[in-house]
Design a protein around this ligand. Structure first.
Ligand SMILES: NC(=O)c1ccc[n+]([C@@H]2O[C@H](COP(=O)([O-])OP(=O)(O)OC[C@H]3O[C@@H](n4cnc5c(N)ncnc54)[C@H](O)[C@@H]3O)[C@@H](O)[C@H]2O)c1
Length: 358
């Protein structure tokens, strides 16, 4: 068991659905500097089951009641996308820090409203872009910052697999479901272009920004064929680096995610695994100066727990936030909207000019 530190963030998880069960509840229990203080879910059966399993101090069926609890320090918003902004704003206004699942919202305006709310509150909001806490990707980020020099180009790909549920069913616990779970009206999978972009594209765009900084414009093409969606996105970074992003859902092969990064003083090749293996990426960092390759192990691949520990370090000890902040979350939305508009119009789209929904 991971040893607990003396000062710990008291966390309430909003939503006891699949993402909470697969990632956040265990992360709170295992985190060195946080505790699972409360669970809140409108579904009483789910709340009771998760309460019995994870034994938080408090159980709440009502979100406002949880937010009114003065002992609570922070909320993990683990609900469907449509609720991210309203539930995060409520938590911030109640004086709580927030870890909000990705994407923070579904439109530029929603992201902007959340950014305003974060500023007004003076509280921290970290976006659940947990890949930033993959220890091998952290090593790449350090290499880019300290040694690689100018970035020439990034080619990154995120290709979901037709066999992903066979893989994940084999490794994940059986999810507990409830007919009483609160869901937004309508079917989120009604528009698959939008659904895949929000669910998967948000990760790809954030990884690109994490490694290469702000994206200023995109030119995207989409091919839909035999139920597969393939986006090729020519990406312009503010640094001048060239980018090519490939989002494909789903490839007729194993999960395929990674990147090639070419720099002035070295290069990186990376292979990222299906996140539910909790396994750090395999990266080869090539140092031009010594003509050697370095492969960090990244033994602790629990990026969901590590992202919570990052937020708690910032909230409790004033350390700089290592995760994606609300501006990063907003930039991800802008990039996804720009990709959608570029596909529709067949032209280059600048991120600063976009508005509306993905
Ligand atoms: N980081 C990742 O890699 C990753 C992977 C999968 C899913 N996700 C994200 O997780 C989210 C979906 O999670 P899910 O599938 O567990 O969602 P879900 O909708 O199945 O479950 C959410 C739960 O929250 C409860 N809830 C919602 N609003 C509430 C309220 N106001 N008060 C009380 N309870 C409330 C519901 O009753 C439900 O049980 C999405 O945003 C998705 O993008 C992230």
């Amino acid at each position: 068991m991971i040893a607990k530190e003396e000062r710990r963030l008291r966390v309430g998880v909003l939503g006891a659905g699949p993402i909470a069960q697969f990632a956040h509840l265990e992360s709170c229990v295992k985190a060195r500097n946080a505790d699972l203080y409360a669970i809140c879910d409108a579904a009483p059966d789910l709340l009771a089951r998760m309460g019995a399993t994870y034994e938080p101090r408090k159980l709440y069926a009502d979100y406002d009641a949880m937010l009114a609890d003065p002992e609570l320090d922070a909320v993990i918003v683990a609900t469907s996308d449509a609720y991210h902004v309203p539930m995060s704003v409520k938590a911030l206004e109640a004086g709580k820090h927030v870890l909000c699942e990705k994407p923070i919202g579904t439109s530029v305006e929603e992201g902007e409203a959340l950014a305003e709310a974060v500023k007004r509150s003076g509280k921290l909001l970290q976006v659940g872009h947990m890949k930033r806490f993959d220890p091998a990707l952290e090593a790449v980020r350090d290499f880019v910052r300290d040694e690689m020099g100018e970035v020439l180009a990034l080619k990154a790909w995120y290709c979901d697999s037709t066999h992903r549920y066979t893989n994940t069913d084999a490794v994940q616990p059986l999810p507990v479901t409830s007919k009483q779970a609160r869901k937004p009206a309508g079917n989120p999978k009604a528009d698959l272009r939008q659904y895949f972009m929000l669910a998967h594209g948000s990760h790809l765009v954030d990884t690109a920004r994490f490694l290469c900084g702000p994206i200023v414009a995109v030119r995207a093409r989409l091919r839909e064929k035999f139920g597969a969606y393939c986006w090729f996105v020519e990406t312009e970074f503010a640094s001048g680096a060239l980018g090519h992003l490939d989002l494909t859902v789903a490839v007729r092969m194993d999960w395929f995610e990674g990147f090639q990064l070419y720099g002035e003083h070295g290069s990186v090749l990376a292979k990222t695994f299906n996140p539910w293996y909790f396994r750090a990426s395999e990266v080869e960092i090539f140092h031009e100066r010594t003509a050697t390759t370095h492969k960090p192990l990244g033994a602790d691949g629990h990026f969901f727990r590590r992202q919570l520990e990052g937020l708690a370090d910032a909230a409790l000890h004033g350390q700089p936030m290592r995760g994606a902040d609300v501006e990063d979350g907003l930039a991800s939305i802008r990039a996804m909207v720009a990709i959608a508009r570029s596909v529709e119009r067949g032209e280059r789209v600048e991120l600063a000019a976009v508005s509306g929904a993905v």
